[in-house]
Write a protein that binds this ligand. Structure first.
Ligand code: KG4
Ligand code: ZN
Length: 359
């Protein structure tokens, strides 16, 4: 039986998890969303300071929840990239310090490998799959043959899918992070109301681009604002909800239904591209197993849409559980456990790398 403690501090979530073989004993996450919300995005300086502030408490809480002491831990792991340099340093230095103090191995883990393996969390075996990773920083299609055997099939050429959600939400005066805000509005919207571009669908490769979609929404917005049906009273249920959560924002679209329709149309455009490129990756490789992970995979419409498409095409779909989609340390612990089982431990001199590649 092996007990592993992992730390994740690559962006704006401070997280600690304890994993004993395949059993999760503790998983603590301190979100900094509120602190960054007023700036409409993550402020690196603020993020690293908050990691320093939260980490000692989360470490204590995790050990208490797992009902172990630091001496019971067989290995320490931390995310070493990609991410914000000053944030990565906090978690990595802490894990290294603990490993040195306890004279136990240290594992430097790639954040993207954490996401990639998260659909298999708790499973004994990682099966060969085509992995779609959709987060705030990345949109990747990967052929994953086994732990460590990864081949990048496609990636975004500009914005990541989550980044597109965040930027459009900001444009519409909705809160940060944008994904859940847009999903909430899209639920009551008509996705066929606005015809938005599905970029790169005919590109002949497996790469993505979301900046054209963002520009299309930017140009469409003034047109929507001038519509007579947007001239409803400023204070709607929708706008009250937004204003309550974000005092500094104004909501340009005043008509709830127009806003919902635009959110639904945008969300569907992103989903269509993610789905078609994933199906194409499956066709090209002949590997009939697709996995989905990363913050955007929380999106219910994406999960359902991919589920239907895979069902129709005889593809096995494995999606990370919602609590594992956004950043957490349980997925880092799971990836580290796979590495530890392969005897793949890291040198303490291994540096963090903000641009660490998956393959
Ligand atoms: O994986 P993650 O927590 O952090 C990174 O590694 O980047 O992903 C965060 C991203 C944000 O861009 C956020 O807007 C998006 O995931 N996201 C969503 C949803 N929940 C989070 N996007 C669409 N729909 C959601 N429900
Ligand atoms: Zn992530």
């Amino acid at each position: 039986m092996k007990t592993l403690l992992a730390i994740e501090t690559s962006c704006d979530e401070t997280a600690v998890a304890v994993l004993r073989d395949r059993n999760l004993l503790a998983s603590e996450v301190a979100s900094q969303i509120e602190q960054h919300q007023q700036f409409g995005g993550v402020v690196p300086e603020l993020a690293s300071r908050n990691h320093l502030l939260h980490l000692p408490r989360l470490l204590e809480q995790s050990l208490a929840k797992a009902q172990i002491t630091i001496q019971d831990v067989d290995a320490f792991a931390a995310t070493s990239g990609p991410g914000l340099a000053s944030s990565l340093l906090v978690g990595s230095s802490a894990a290294k310090g603990l490993a040195i103090g306890a004279n136990k191995p240290f594992l430097a883990i790639n954040h993207l490998e954490g996401h990639l393996l998260s659909p298999f969390f708790g499973s004994e075996k990682i099966k060969p799959n085509i992995s779609l990773i959709v987060s705030g920083g990345h949109t990747l299609l990967v052929k994953a043959q086994s732990v460590g055997d990864y081949k990048i099939l496609g990636r975004t050429l500009d914005d990541a899918a989550g980044e597109a959600f965040d930027k459009i939400a900001k444009l519409l005066g909705l809160g940060y992070p944008g994904g859940p805000e847009i999903e909430k509005r899209a639920a009551s919207g008509d996705a066929s109301r606005f015809d938005l571009p599905r970029s790169m669908l005919g590109s002949g490769d497996l790469n993505f681009s979301f900046s054209g979609l963002k520009t299309a929404v930017r140009y469409l917005l003034p047109v929507i604002l001038k519509r007579p049906d947007n001239a409803c009273p400023a204070e709607t249920e929708q706008s009250r909800d937004v204003m309550k959560n974000n005092r500094n924002v104004s909501l340009p679209i005043r008509n709830d239904q127009l806003l919902a329709d635009l959110c639904a149309s945008f969300q569907q455009a992103v989903i269509d591209v993610l789905r078609e490129k994933s199906l194409e990756a499956v066709r090209r490789t002949g590997l009939k197993r697709l996995t989905l992970s990363g913050g955007v995979s929380c999106n219910r419409a994406l999960r359902e849409n991919l589920g239907d498409a895979c069902g129709r095409n005889g593809i096995e779909l494995i999606i990370a559980e919602p609590w594992l989609c956004t950043d957490n340390a349980a997925m880092i612990a799971f990836a580290a456990m796979q590495r530890l089982n392969l005897g793949d431990i890291s040198d303490l001199a291994e540096e963090i790398d903000p641009n660490l590649a998956l393959a």
